[in-house]
Design a protein around this ligand. Structure first.
Ligand code: WT7
Length: 652
């Protein structure tokens, strides 16, 4: 634990006293309106989850044991068998809903596609046959590196049909990051595209995929979707065009019945070390909890709602709330490829108006960007279809909450601030919009069936006040481990506080029992709702031949929540100027991806260290945020700090 959430942030939250009970009109139609559901779930929490699994999913075989808990290893619905693609597609089509729209897809240039459940099932079966034809079978891993196009969920669901696990790598990651993830998972096949559209430009993926695959011995074949139409190199015998392969295969593919605990997917996330962790999610528990939370947190009426989660499928939010939750529930979703400000700053609101979006789920960073652009952009559009708003990915400040509520929700839509993580798989802490009185900036309470506690340094529950957020018992969609590293799993999540899962977040419990999430307390930054490891950025920097030493901190940022600030010591003879700062930023983008690029590079002759040689990140954060330094007596050389301040050069 290197720092506490800032005192200023806590104080600001203490002043927040507005409350918003569910609006009467919303409550009158809501799925859940009574707080009694919490007590009912609490009385028999395992039974509660078993009821959800039975109600929400179709099983080939029922489980014999709800939960086997061999701390910290959980197995849910043991003995149960099911297929995810059948639950997401076949059963809806069989129920006569084949013509229901699964996705209203919109490309950034304005091209559109409407995909019904029947069409999605058809494509998924075909692509499952393509994968089988390439030798992919049960238990194999398939890497996916794609833009936000319909072929992305098709590829994911095709994996689930034949029992392969996918590992989706966000399209913003670099070739190095892709290569490392493929090698860690030993994926057999890579599915990618020539590129995708972003801010009016073709963001090419295939060239990066080629660089990665030059160094991934496990990959035998690459399937490429033609999206942007740029010429790409296709290696004979290895690379295949998606559209050509889809024409060659049979239209039906028998689903493989999977065990509830079989691996569904890996998703890599950044931790406090330089090596990302392959988070493992399995089949039955994961699908149960994503379907459950998608239905009740968003008060979903699948036959009427038009739901839009404006995240990227490359992150867990997209896995759980663009693909698996909505499809398991037979929902109609919007899928949008590009940037929120292309061609103009009202792109999102034009989409809401055009498709009649009723439920919108996005990140505070996007809301803050919209605040900055001004309310005139949403005002140009009819947003009266909206009835519920969700927030995810980082703490939402009360100002952004109020702006979202007022300017997007027209004051009539409940706002659900949902706390969860890649590791939790599904939403854990959130209001139930028809039952919970909200407070701007608070994620309110653990959902029914979930147990969380805020504890102090010694692991003792705090009655009221600040501390560390812990989860006190297993939940169905919890990570089952870290791919290839069970010890790291135990060490990272279950060792800081005995018998508790430690999420890495600070939290405050107020006098009414509301939870206020305060951000990470470890060396993980949250930039625009994306997790970035300080250590990963540091090792990317020291990988540059001119860098002797680097320390990276997340400094508070008005729009992105945190911004990456790098303090860099150069080797002798290298000029510390803005141009070199730019070169270092580009180097990090190459190593990790564009979202890991520092916003600011500060050159310094030395870094402040404790007597034992540890870099004092807290102090650097204070410098980066321009705050008073307080006590610096544990510094090896207090002059270093003055030096840092004096020499600070910001790179635009
Ligand atoms: C970290 C997890 C959840 C999917 C997207 C991010 C922060 C997430 C909230 C929220 C305050 C939040 C936490 C968490 N976080 N949601 N509603 N309020 N903080 O997934 O990349 O695994 O990051 O995001 O710090 O630990 P992730």
């Amino acid at each position: 634990m290197t720092h506490d959430p800032s005192d200023a942030a806590i104080e600001a939250l203490y002043l927040e006293s507005r409350t918003f009970p569910p609006p009467a009109e919303f409550k009158a139609q809501a799925l859940v309106t009574q707080a009694a559901v919490y007590d009912e779930a609490e009385a028999d929490w395992q039974g509660y989850w078993a009821r959800q699994a039975a109600d929400l999913l179709d099983w080939d075989e029922e489980w014999h044991t709800i939960l086997e808990w061999d701390r910290p290893f959980a197995k849910w619905f043991v003995g149960g068998r099911l297929n995810v693609s059948v639950n997401c597609l076949d059963r809806h089509v069989a129920a006569g809903l084949g013509d229901r729209v699964a996705y209203h897809w919109e490309g950034e240039p304005g091209d559109t596609r409407t995909i019904t459940y029947a069409e999605l099932l058809d494509e998924v079966q075909r692509f499952a046959n393509v994968l089988s034809g390439l030798g992919v079978g049960r238990g194999d891993r398939v890497a996916i590196y794609m833009p936000m196009i319909p072929e992305l969920p098709v590829a994911m669901l095709a994996c689930t049909r034949i029992g392969a696990a996918h590992s989706v790598v966000f399209g913003g990651f670099s070739s190095d990051a892709l290569r490392d993830r493929i090698n860690d998972a030993e994926a057999k096949v890579l599915v990618t595209a020539d590129g995708g559209w972003r801010k009016g430009r073709a963001n090419l993926l295939k060239p990066a995929a080629d660089v990665a695959v030059a160094d991934t011995p496990s990959i035998t074949d690459v399937v490429v979707v033609r999206r942007v139409g740029e010429p790409v190199e296709m290696r004979e015998g290895r690379d295949h065009w998606w559209h050509e392969e889809m024409g060659k295969v049979a239209a039906t593919c028998e689903p493989v019945s999977m065990g509830a605990e079989d691996l569904l997917y890996l998703l890599y996330t950044s931790g406090t070390t330089a090596k990302p962790k392959g988070i493992m999610h399995t089949t039955g528990g994961y699908l149960t909890q994503v379907a459950h939370t998608h239905k009740y947190v968003f008060d979903l009426k699948a036959d009427r709602d038009v739901y839009w989660c404006a995240a990227d499928i490359g992150w867990v939010t997209g896995h759980s709330y663009i693909v698996y939750g909505p499809l398991a529930n037979g929902a109609t979703s919007v899928l949008y490829e590009g940037a929120p400000d292309h061609p103009d700053k009202d792109r999102w609101w034009s989409i809401v108006e055009r498709y009649g979006v009723t439920i919108l789920y996005c990140a505070p960073t996007a809301i803050r960007a919209c605040m900055k652009w001004g309310a005139e952009w949403p005002q140009r559009h009819d947003l009266s279809s909206l009835r519920l708003l969700g927030s995810v990915g980082e703490p939402i400040n009360p100002e952004a909450w109020m702006w979202y509520h007022t300017h997007i929700g027209g004051g009539r839509c409940p706002v659900v601030d949902t706390w969860w993580q890649t590791e939790t798989g599904a939403i854990m802490i959130s209001p139930l919009p028809g039952a919970t009185t909200t407070k701007p900036g608070s994620a309110t309470f653990p959902l029914p069936g979930i147990a969380a506690e805020v504890v102090d340094e010694q692991g003792r529950p705090v009655g009221e006040g600040g501390g560390y957020l812990t989860l006190t018992r297993p939940w169905p969609s919890m990570l089952r481990g870290i791919w290839g590293d069970p010890e790291r799993y135990e060490q990272t999540y279950w060792s800081r506080f005995p018998d508790r899962y430690f999420a890495g977040d600070g939290a405050k419990l107020d006098a009414d029992g509301y939870l206020w999430l305060l951000g990470r307390v470890d060396d993980v930054m949250n930039v625009s709702g994306h997790r970035v490891s300080t250590t990963e950025v540091e090792s990317a920097l020291v990988d540059h031949p001119t860098v002797a030493e680097a320390a990276v901190v997340g400094a508070r940022d008005e729009t992105t929540g945190q911004a990456i600030v790098a303090f860099v010591t150069l080797r002798g003879g290298v000029t510390a100027d803005a141009e070199h700062g730019e070169a270092l930023r580009a180097h990090v983008a190459d190593k990790i991806g564009r979202f890991g690029r520092p916003k600011t590079v500060i050159f310094t002759d030395d870094l402040p260290k404790t007597r034992s040689g540890k870099i004092m990140r807290r102090l650097l954060r204070d410098v980066a945020e321009g705050r008073d330094l307080g006590d610096t007596t544990t510094l090896a050389d207090p002059a270093v700090v003055d030096e840092i301040r004096r020499r600070a050069v910001a790179t635009p």
